[in-house]
Design a protein around this ligand. Structure first.
Ligand code: ZN
Ligand code: ZN
Ligand code: FE
Length: 756
């Protein structure tokens, strides 16, 4: 080993996704700082560096490449080898020869960095400039039209840089070297606050007037990074009510932005892991247990808060000048439509009822909602993958070049494969909504162009009526249809680099089975090439089909009918109090005669039925409301459970159903039933998995499907199975709900004979 003072050389190979995100200039600046000479260039698998210098500097150079790399870089390995020095006197960025076939990353949007927040207090051309950014922060995916990532290929192309910005952009030692959206007060985008009969264009006054509107209890529509938000004082009940009323039937909890972590901690319990997520450059919404009330309308009666911290310069400037603790910051859209991105549409939809509409003159090209996260058992779990995460890929253990996955229908997200990377789209939404479907088609086209995917195969769900499946058919590409729950488990396996076979537990609301019935409480043994359905939750008839998702009392009645047909008794059940006897009778007949009452083994339907039986939620206002309310009712720490039978691959819940019905006759028993039902499911999963394991010898379990967003279920099942010695796989960076389905679809398509 050379001593610290003698000159030596390293050839450093960095593998991973490090191109197109300012990585080479970063290496260059670091080399200058450390007095290192040589060069850096892109390679087929990442970046290569030849570095010469004193041994100590070289070692700290290598170390700091990992520590200080641009936030969106994914370094998979960094491998320095000692080589002979060539006597370089400077450090250069070399142009590589074979850039054509490389996979280039598109960075997600990055929260404004502390250096930039400092700059707007000091730099003469950026005082209070609300669009400040640098190589380490600012908009990316939301403004990129195509690659290479140059200003002309972004929506910043209409702004001509002033001489000061040009100087910074051109100086490799500057933090803004090659920062495509670089801008200042003299040359960049500007805000306008449009109010009834008045438009404010001076930023200082815009800020003052916005704050005044919010403090007076008005709602303001604010153009953010990936779309518009609607904001109001989170502690003002009438402001929150105005927002809810005008967002059209909006019943879901609203996300809330807090001034800082300390203030947030007055309202919610924040663990170390949750704090790390909240303060990360990705700045997602994190779902936390509430300890102090905001305005009653914010969380729709749930004991949780969807919290986030300021991430644009405007958010920071706003909180610096007001004493408000927290503002509601919910997607600017009407009920199920995609988040609004154009100024014209925002003005059309929001000016009549908002105190002001705050727009700016830079176009949002890629719509990009806030991401939503949870921490369960100390590990992060993504619920909605968008701003800050999309469009970073997931690395998988198969060649997926040219395979496209159309995704699901309700919580859609599609995917496209390049080499062994799966690029998952941002959250798209419910395709049954026409505007969302338009967004889907448009984003899919843009994605394929952006990542230069040449589609050769398309994977879609087995369900012929999903709009995503129909779209896949229309493309004319060879089509592979994938069973929904197999795709869920495959997604979980892929995320965990697991080849299988595994015991898959797929619990969700609904998905078409290969036998024509609706599945969703599935136990299967599978790998990427196929699956065997071992058992499932008992079927339950769904009177009225899709209607049951809005009226879970129907499913509850159907569940009751599995154990009794005694009408007098049924009419005495408290949960049917508010339903007209004629309607009850009609539904009962539908179940008995099997008229428009398809069978489903969906776990979500069982949650619905039990939630309605307890009276907690007989009718719903949004997707998965009933299961969420049932979970919220649990008495934690209670071991009470209901009985079940598992014999010869059949699950029998009749005894449990009987017991729950009797318990529901006693007022005030909802928490008791909720607890017992959850605990029963946990024991049931443990029991069934253990038996399948004994039969097959498989010791790895993959948990997937939207039901695992249930914190209690996930915690308990993961802990119990781990304690029983199983290797437990769960989702972290890909949603367990249908938003993660496309990843599984791609993996299964890639494993079909002839496609490997
Ligand atoms: Zn910055
Ligand atoms: Zn400028
Ligand atoms: Fe699903």
């Amino acid at each position: 080993m050379a001593n610290g003072n003698s000159k030596t050389a390293f050839f450093i190979e960095i593998k991973g996704l490090v191109q197109g995100i300012g990585f080479r200039p970063f290496v260059y600046r670091l080399a200058l700082e450390k007095g290192i000479t040589g060069w850096v260039r892109n390679s087929l698998t990442g970046v290569e560096i030849h570095a010469e210098g004193l041994s100590d500097s070289l070692h700290s150079f290598v170390q700091e490449i990992s520590l200080k790399a641009p936030v969106a870089a994914i370094i998979e390995s960094i491998n320095p080898q000692v080589v002979v020095p060539d006597g370089y006197t400077d450090f250069t960025i070399q142009h590589s020869t074979q850039e054509v076939d490389q996979i280039t990353l598109v960075s997600p949007d990055i929260a404004v960095c502390p250096d930039c927040l400092n700059d707007i207090k000091q730099q003469h051309h950026r005082l209070q400039y609300p669009f400040v950014n640098c190589t380490n922060c600012g908009p990316r995916f939301s403004i990129i039209r195509s690659l290479p990532y140059d200003r002309v290929n972004t929506t910043m192309d209409v702004f001509t840089m002033c001489p000061s910005c040009v100087a910074e952009y051109s100086d490799i030692r500057d933090r803004r070297f090659y920062a495509q959206p670089v801008a200042c007060n003299d040359c960049g985008p500007t805000y306008q606050l449009v109010m009834p009969g008045e438009t404010e264009t001076q930023f200082k006054l815009i800020l003052e007037k916005t704050i005044k509107l919010i403090e007076e209890g008005k709602v303001v529509a604010l153009k953010g990074i990936g779309g518009f938000h609607l904001m109001c004082d989170a502690l003002n009940p009438s402001a929150v009510e105005t927002l809810r009323r005008n967002k059209l039937r909006e019943k879901k909890p609203f996300a809330v932005m807090f001034r800082d972590v300390d203030v947030l901690k007055k309202y919610a319990i924040v663990t170390r892991e949750e704090e790390a997520l909240l303060t990360s450059w990705r700045r997602p919404v994190v779902i936390l247990p509430a300890i102090k009330n905001l305005a009653p309308g914010v969380s729709s009666g749930f004991p949780t808060i969807g919290a986030m911290l300021p991430y644009t310069p405007f958010h920071h400037l706003f909180f610096e000048r007001t004493s408000l603790d927290a503002i509601v910051l919910t997607s600017g859209n009407l009920s199920d439509e995609p988040i609004v991105i154009s100024n014209e549409e925002a003005l059309r939809l929001f000016s009549s009822w908002c105190g002001g509409v705050l727009v700016y003159n830079r176009e949002i090209y890629n719509r990009n909602d806030d991401s939503v996260m949870m921490v369960i058992n100390g590990k992060e779990r993504i619920i909605r993958r968008s701003r800050g995460y999309a469009p970073l890929p997931v690395r998988v253990g198969a060649d997926v070049e040219g395979i496209v996955a159309a995704g699901a229908e309700l919580v859609n997200c599609f995917a496209a494969g390049r080499k062994n990377y799966v690029f998952l789209s941002q959250h798209i939404g419910d395709l049954k909504n026409f505007e969302t479907y338009v967004f889907y088609r448009e984003s899919l086209d843009r994605f394929l162009r952006l990542f230069r995917v040449r589609p050769r195969l398309i994977a879609a769900d087995l369900h012929p009526d999903y709009l995503s499946t129909r779209y896949a058919l229309q493309t004319g590409l060879p089509l592979i249809q994938v069973q929904h729950h197999h795709a869920h488990i495959a997604s979980c396996m892929a995320e965990n680099s697991e080849q299988g076979p595994v015991i898959g537990v797929a619990f969700d609301g609904t998905g078409l089975g290969d036998d024509g019935t609706i599945w969703g409480g599935e136990f299967m043994v599978c790998d990427f090439t196929g699956y065997r359905r071992i058992t499932h939750l008992p079927y339950i008839a769904l009177p009225g089909g899709d209607q049951v998702t809005h009226e879970p009392w129907r499913t509850a009645l159907s569940m009751v009918l599995q154990v009794t047909e005694d009408e007098d008794f049924i009419f005495r059940l408290p949960f049917l109090n508010k339903i007209k006897p004629d309607t009850v009778h009609l539904v009962k007949t539908a179940v008995e005669k099997r008229i428009n009452a398809p069978f489903s083994s969906g776990a979500g339907r069982w949650f619905d039925a039990v939630a309605a039986l307890t009276g907690i939620c007989t009718e719903t206002g949004f997707h998965a409301e009933a299961p969420m309310r049932l979970e919220a009712a649990i008495e934690r720490g209670k071991a009470f459970t209901y009985p079940f039978v598992y014999q010869e691959h059949r699950i029998d819940l009749k005894e449990a159903v009987q017991a729950m019905i009797y318990d529901s006759l006693v007022p005030g028993n909802a928490a008791h039933i909720a607890t017992g039902f959850h605990n029963m499911l946990v024991s049931l999963i443990e029991k069934v998995v253990s038996e399948i394991s004994e039969e097959t010898g498989i010791r790895t379990v993959a948990l997937s499907g939207g039901s695992f967003q249930n914190r209690y279920l996930s915690e308990q099942v993961e802990n119990r199975l781990s304690q029983a010695g199983f290797k437990v796989l769960f989702h972290r960076n890909v949603p367990c709900n249908d938003g993660g389905l496309a990843l599984g679809q791609i993996m299964i398509a890639a494993s079909q004979p002839g496609n490997q």
